[in-house]
Design a protein around this ligand. Structure first.
Ligand SMILES: *Cc1c(COP(=O)(O)O)cnc(C)c1O
Ligand SMILES: [Zn+2]
Length: 391
């Protein structure tokens, strides 16, 4: 099924062979998977999608694993919900929430880890390791359990309780680290040298992004192949933005969409906003954000590896980068819950808060079609929301 031709470095464009185990390019750049889209285009069409599975694997011809290796728990095909009451409140007439909280393990990380673990199976990898702010760990633990391979997980000690309990329940080896995801990443790198683990860190392996790009395919399909004017995305490692941006280019090459692109809005938090700072300064890369802190744990990424790709997508799209405070995002999340019946993750809630700001500032107009990505379920963040509801 797979139509992969090779992997290509996103920094130096050097090609690497498909079907081999890869982490970063020798220059340190993340590798991106390339497909024979001209051939795919002749044998597959968007009209045939409905015959595929009701999961992200309906896009299998543009995903790396062969059918026999796929490890699936039903990820993808999440609801795209029209949120008219919130829209009326903030002054947006055509507002939608893509609710990724309904994925296995309650976050969009399921997409990336389903794809990465499938490829680990295909390449014969038996032990995987991951540094995670929380949800990537839960997803990897689940898919590693489903695949019957060993998972080693490193998370900050103050990770949400749900992530810790899930990883333990799925039978992973869990280490809580006094530090941030960047500290966890250093431990994983060292362990990969000494323990024979395969490093599944964001963008340090080439396949999580391929799973995440299906958010872009799916949005286009759900919107009848007309992309929205604006996409809000809560940006930690930024793989969702980079992946969707890649998906848009691929779909254009397949003849499924035209050249129009949504304005990509990268949303961060005041306590950790390296991408916003780089965007405002007009710089191509971000600087490490010191003392990163926020209740939106998925956004606590002080220095995204793919920062240059995030910034390029945001700039080319005519979008922007914006930060909100923890108080603002919790307020916005609770407002959305009461207005619409959607209990979303603080990361998604940050986008709701950012939306109101960009409408007020005039950056966005009320008649634009706007999609907010809610990347996780509010149920995974009971600590963060409980502060508002003492018993
Ligand atoms: C990981 C995570 C993010 C950040 O995702 P990236 O695509 O890496 O920027 C946002 N929200 C939630 C709930 C997450 O788990
Ligand atoms: Zn390179």
């Amino acid at each position: 099924m797979s139509s992969v031709t090779h992997l290509e470095c996103s920094l130096c464009a050097k090609k690497s062979e498909a079907g081999k185990i890869h982490n970063l390019c020798e220059c340190g750049g993340p590798l991106l998977v390339r497909y024979a889209l001209d051939k795919v285009r002749q044998t597959w069409s968007r009209d045939r999608l409905a015959q595929g599975p009701n999961s992200m694997w309906r896009y299998a011809p543009v995903l790396p694993p062969t059918a026999a290796s796929i490890v699936s728990l039903g990820e993808g095909m999440t609801p795209l919900v029209r949120t008219a009451r919130l829209g009326a409140r903030v002054g947006a007439d055509d507002l939608w929430v893509k609710d990724e909280g309904l994925n296995p393990t309650g976050s969009f990380k399921a997409r990336g880890l389903s794809c990465a673990v499938s490829m680990a199976v295909e390449l014969g990898i038996k032990k995987v390791a991951i540094p995670s702010a929380g949800n990537a760990a839960s997803a990897m633990a689940a898919y590693a359990a489903a695949a019957g391979i060993e998972a080693h997980i490193f998370m900050p000690r103050d990770v949400p309780q749900a992530n810790y309990v899930e990883c333990k329940a799925f039978g992973s080896k869990v280490t809580l680290v006094d530090g941030l995801i960047s500290d966890c990443a250093r431990i994983v790198s060292a362990g990969c040298q000494t323990e024979g683990w395969f490093d599944v860190s964001t963008l340090k392996e080439p396949y999580r992004i391929e799973g995440k790009k299906t958010m872009g395919y799916e949005l286009a399909e759900q919107m009848s192949w007309k992309l929205p004017g604006v996409i809000f995305y809560p940006t930690g490692g930024g793989v969702g933005i980079i992946g969707m941006w890649k998906a848009f280019d691929e779909m254009e090459a397949l003849g499924w969409i035209g050249a129009q692109r949504p304005k990509m809005i990268a949303v961060q938090v005041e306590g950790c906003q390296p991408v916003v700072r780089a965007f405002d300064k007009g710089e191509p890369r971000s600087q490490f954000w010191d003392n990163a802190h926020t209740v939106a744990s998925g956004l606590r990424v002080p220095k995204p590896l793919g920062d240059f790709l995030i910034l390029e997508a945001v700039r080319k799209s005519g979008g922007t980068a914006i930060a909100v405070s923890d108080d603002e995002l919790i307020d916005a999340g609770l407002q959305l819950a009461a207005d619409e019946g959607l209990f979303i993750a603080p990361e998604g809630a940050a986008c709701v808060a950012a939306l109101a700001k960009l409408l007020t500032s005039g950056f966005l107009k009320r008649d634009e079609r706007i999609v907010i990505y809610n990347t996780g379920s509010g149920l995974k963040y009971l600590e963060a929301y409980s502060s508002r509801f003492p018993r």
